[in-house]
Write a protein that binds this ligand. Structure first.
Ligand SMILES: Cc1cc2nc3c(=O)[nH]c(=O)nc-3n(C[C@H](O)[C@H](O)[C@H](O)COP(=O)(O)OP(=O)(O)OC[C@H]3O[C@@H](n4cnc5c(N)ncnc54)[C@H](O)[C@@H]3O)c2cc1C
Length: 513
């Protein structure tokens, strides 16, 4: 990407894109724009080392592989550079009630039979006492529990699906990796604190960002990646914040790294606690941990004490506090500013969706690519897609909280809340008939909704009529065959740590490559 025309001819002025902020959102955006935009565009990123980044955001979902592939990033090089590990699932511990656990595994659960989704057969099998937990029929779940990893075609049978995978990575190293990638593709970085945002007095559009040094950075389009501050989208453009804390009342987090342990799981763990939950994200060089909690139900001191008491290795630093308000910008694109990342809104990291939301924002920006003239029609379409995506993920996260039988006051309040209608209808449909309908191109499909609804303990009153017609002996044999097929396949896979050692072990930090 370059604005320099070496032919000597004079083309139209380049479109100047300015990215404010250099966290995961800023550098992912810079990397993608640097890769996809050619002559005709310049991209400048401003970040402030003095302010720093939020420093969390280390678990992903499989769609991130599409981002890497689109940019031509080699997977093993990326893993080595970011001390990453593989992720096959999220394990939810104690969410339905204390002592229970289930996985939301990537990929399919079972195999559909003709028109009828597998989960209908599973529900019937469960009622008849013929089926095990749904994870027995998901290869990712079986491999995650066994601590094993494999990439690519199955080893034993064509009837076994490939395992989709995502990553856990070090957020700081990821931003550094993308910075190097973006700068190599012509993105210019400016260091400094944005002290003033100048706007055109007629249109209200942003004309330049003035740094504390006095330098002014002018642009045609500004991407706000300034994190929770939302300096441009909220501060200058005044896009309101739609507050969702009545559905997702957790408002604080404490993040702390701990030493690496032998239990090197290829999955994220999310453990419910009295007034929130704790994440555990194993990386090659350390484990990331954090407690998300609701300040109306517990104190910061209690949360910190409980977080540290539930680490599986000594803490490597003091817990770092983070405050947030769950919700979204009323307009993520307003005037000539598009907010990406935390500046556009926040949903807590229970399903590792924030980095994915950055990815979809970038893809929308590239599809609707605004030049110097931006239209209200494009803004409206962008904001419609953004809102739909955020609301559906919000519902999915609320589901985990609402359907619970935990005894603590926080969980009781979550049980008694008034749900968004969209979620209320979904739960009612599943409870009555086991049906799940995917809305438009929302992120989570039927299999994801099924795993969490069943995992949280919702039992459908009836199965699909087709599933009721299968002979009991055939159903039993079908379920046993699937489980046997997947278990035999997984038994051939190496341990997660061995797989990494063989393909993509990171050098010790600070060491030679
Ligand atoms: C507790 C918690 C856990 C999370 N876990 C996950 C997870 O597991 N998976 C996931 O997908 N997501 C997770 N997220 C979300 C994830 O962290 C963010 O989506 C991601 O890090 C992107 O952040 P960002 O780049 O928008 O903001 P930030 O990292 O905060 O970056 C903001 C940037 O703007 C710059 N900036 C701000 N103000 C100025 C100024 N005045 N002048 C110049 N520069 C400025 C800062 O210096 C920084 O470079 C989590 C979030 C939280 C709060």
């Amino acid at each position: 990407m370059s604005s320099t025309d070496t032919s000597g001819s004079t083309g139209p002025d380049p479109v100047n894109i300015v990215i404010a902020g250099g966290g995961t959102a800023g550098w992912m955006t810079a990397a993608a724009l640097g890769h996809f935009l050619d002559r005709g565009f310049t991209v400048t990123l401003v970040e402030s080392e003095e302010i720093g980044t939020v420093g969390v955001g280390e678990a992903t979902i499989p769609q991130i592989r599409m981002f890497n592939q689109a940019l031509g990033i080699d997977e093993d090089a990326f893993i080595r550079a970011t001390q990453a590990t593989f992720k096959l699932a999220i394990e939810f511990v104690g969410w339905g009630q204390p002592g229970e656990r289930y996985m939301h595994a990537f990929g399919d659960v079972g195999r559909d039979v003709g028109l009828c989704a597998f989960h209908h057969y599973w529900s019937r099998g469960r009622r008849l006492g013929l089926a095990g937990p749904h994870g027995d029929y998901a290869i990712n779940d079986i491999a995650a529990h066994a601590g094993r990893m494999h990439r690519g075609a199955p080893l034993t049978s064509r009837n076994v699906p490939e395992m989709p995978h995502a990553f856990h990575f070090d957020a700081g190293l990821y931003a550094a990796f993308l910075r190097q990638f973006a700068e190599a593709r012509g993105v210019t970085r400016r260091e400094g604190r944005i002290a003033e945002v100048r706007q055109d007095p007629l249109t209200g559009d942003i004309s330049s960002l003035v740094l504390a040094s006095g330098e002014a950075i002018t642009g045609d389009l500004f991407i706000d990646c300034t994190g929770f501050r939302g300096l441009l989208i909220g501060g200058a453009m005044g896009s309101a914040y739609v507050d969702w804390t009545h559905w997702l009342p957790c408002d604080r987090a404490l993040a702390v790294p701990s030493g690496r342990v032998e239990d090197f799981t290829p999955y994220t763990r999310a453990t419910a606690h009295a007034a929130g939950w704790q994440w555990r994200i194993p990386l090659q060089h350390r484990t990331g941990n954090g407690r998300v909690y609701c300040s109306a139900f517990t104190s910061d001191e209690e949360a910190a004490e409980s977080l540290l008491a539930h680490l599986d290795a000594p803490a490597l630093a003091d817990p770092r506090p983070i405050r947030f308000t769950t919700g979204r910008r009323a307009e993520a694109w307003r005037g000539n500013v598009i907010a990406v990342g935390l500046a556009s809104g926040f949903l807590e990291p229970l399903e590792s969706t924030s980095i994915h939301l950055i990815q979809t924002a970038i893809s929308r920006i590239l599809k609707l690519l605004p030049g110097k003239d931006q239209t209200q029609a494009a803004r409206d379409e962008y904001n419609r897609q953004f809102t739909f995506e955020m609301e559906r993920i919000r519902d999915f996260i609320v589901l985990h909280y609402h359907v619970n039988q935990r005894p603590e006051p926080f969980w009781q309040a979550m049980r008694e809340m008034t749900l968004p209608d969209t979620l209320k209808d979904r739960i009612a449909l599943f409870r009555a008939n086991g049906h799940i309908v995917r809305h438009g191109d929302e992120l989570f499909g039927e299999v994801g909704w099924f795993q969490v609804m069943a995992g949280q303990g919702i039992v459908p009153e009836r199965s699909h009529a087709l599933a009721e017609t299968i002979d009991e002996a055939d159903l039993k044999s079908y379920l046993e065959t699937l489980n046997g097929l997947y278990a035999r396949e997984v038994a051939r896979y190496p341990a997660h740590a061995d797989f990494i050692a063989r393909h993509c072990a990171a050098p010790p930090l600070g060491g030679a490559a």
